[in-house]
Design a protein around this ligand. Structure first.
Ligand code: HEC
Ligand code: CU
Length: 359
């Protein structure tokens, strides 16, 4: 940037105190602000330059000083200068902006995942370890967090100004955003997409905790059932295991290790299995048939809520050894001891599963 750190800090403090820009509380925030400051400065320089030229020329060439108008023919040098310099400046903004964009919208592979469901008019956060929050989000500082977003009704937009992130929550589609909070504290959470009468009330609070406090929070607010465990119950109560039981004569494919793998469809096309694919496979099984299997899987459209789908997706992810290794790497030092998930435990003795839509 060329700005000395002292001036930079002064500028940021000044703007923050006047609430022109919110505090910078994520690793991305200073990067976004640097670009914004650069664009503002370039615009200001342009404004002053054009303003001075207009003022200067109107004095220099006014009627008294210059009674007879002179015709001035074009100057290639001048025209080239005022074309090439702004073009260069805009290209710098374009490249700088794109680099930032890709950085902001590509979650690092080791990010800790939290699901957020938007609905009129609240944000519901679901932590894989089984904590549920409404209009609140607790996260540790210094850990990359990925938010997997979806809407249950209309378009919403999940925005945390202090982190300089914002992403649409779209009905029927998972979108992601990620950030790494730097400073413990509480920050605003907004819906920034007009979504109905109580849109302005769709706000919340993001609490950034130190790793130790976060560990305490996780232990205090656990529901006792992780998302994967809830998913396992749903898997049994929706009779998914009638076909997906991993036995050689099963009517459905084994779902172990399917997450993150490449599946070949009956059309010969290969697809990467991610969260979105799993969700679609449950709601719209006939839209992509796995090679070697009959299209016998019924649709579960209307029978499982978004939260229920998230639990099922999380359960299937946990059947994948890669995913488990990855999540363990990220969260072991953070999470309280989890009761071990034992296969075949789901059944009549379990309490009713969360997430089934009652007909
Ligand atoms: C009647 C048997 C049957 C039931 C019940 C069933 N499935 Fe399937 N499922 C299949 C078959 C067969 C396929 C492969 C063909 C296809 O893609 O539709 C499949 C494919 C899938 C896939 C795609 C991944 C892959 O390896 O093909 C997922 C994910 C899945 N099922 C999850 C579920 C879930 C979750 C449930 C319960 C909510 C469920 N299934 C219930 C038979 C079933
Ligand atoms: Cu909204």
């Amino acid at each position: 940037m060329g700005l000395s750190p002292v001036i930079w800090q002064f500028l940021v403090k000044w703007l923050t105190n006047f609430a022109v820009i919110p505090p910078e509380a994520s690793t991305q925030a200073p990067q976004v602000d640097a670009l914004l400051v650069f664009m503002t400065l370039v615009s200001l320089v342009g404004l002053v330059l054009v303003g001075m030229l207009i003022a200067g020329f109107s004095i220099l060439y006014n009627k008294d000083r210059n009674p007879v108008a002179t015709q001035i023919e074009g100057s290639t040098l001048l025209e080239a200068t005022w074309t090439i310099i702004p073009l260069g400046l805009f290209l710098v903004m374009f490249v700088w902006g794109s680099v930032l964009y890709f950085r902001i919208y590509t979650p690092p592979p080791n990010a800790m995942n939290i699901y957020v469901v938007g609905k009129q008019w609240m944000w519901k956060a679901e932590h894989p370890t089984g904590q549920h929050e409404i209009d609140a989000l607790h996260i540790p500082a210094g850990v990359p967090i990925q938010i997997t977003l979806i809407s249950q009704d209309v378009f919403h937009s999940f925005s945390i100004p202090a982190f300089r992130v914002k992403r649409e929550a779209i009905p029927g589609r998972y979108t992601t955003e990620w950030f790494e909070a730097t400073t413990p504290g509480t920050y605003h959470l907004f819906c920034t997409q007009y979504c109905g009468t109580e849109h302005s009330g769709m706000i919340g609070e993001v609490t950034v905790l130190t790793k130790d406090d976060y560990k305490k929070w996780l232990a205090e607010s656990t529901s006792g059932v992780s998302l994967a465990q809830n998913g396992e119950r749903l898997f049994a109560s929706l009779s998914c295991n009638a076909c997906h039981n991993g036995r050689p004569d099963a009517r459905g494919p084994s779902l172990a290790d399917v997450y993150g793998s490449k599946l070949t469809l009956s059309t010969g096309q290969a697809v990467q299995v991610d969260d979105a694919y799993l969700r679609q496979a449950i709601l719209n099984p006939s839209s992509h048939i796995t090679q070697g299997y009959a299209p016998i899987m019924p649709t579960y459209q209307g029978q499982v809520s978004e939260e229920g789908l998230i639990s099922l997706v999380e359960y299937i992810k946990n059947l994948s050894s890669n995913y488990r290794v990855q999540q363990t790497l990220n969260t072991t030092e953070l999470l309280p001891e989890q009761p071990a998930r034992s296969a075949g435990q789901a059944g009549a003795t379990q309490p009713a599963s969360q997430g089934v839509t009652k007909p």
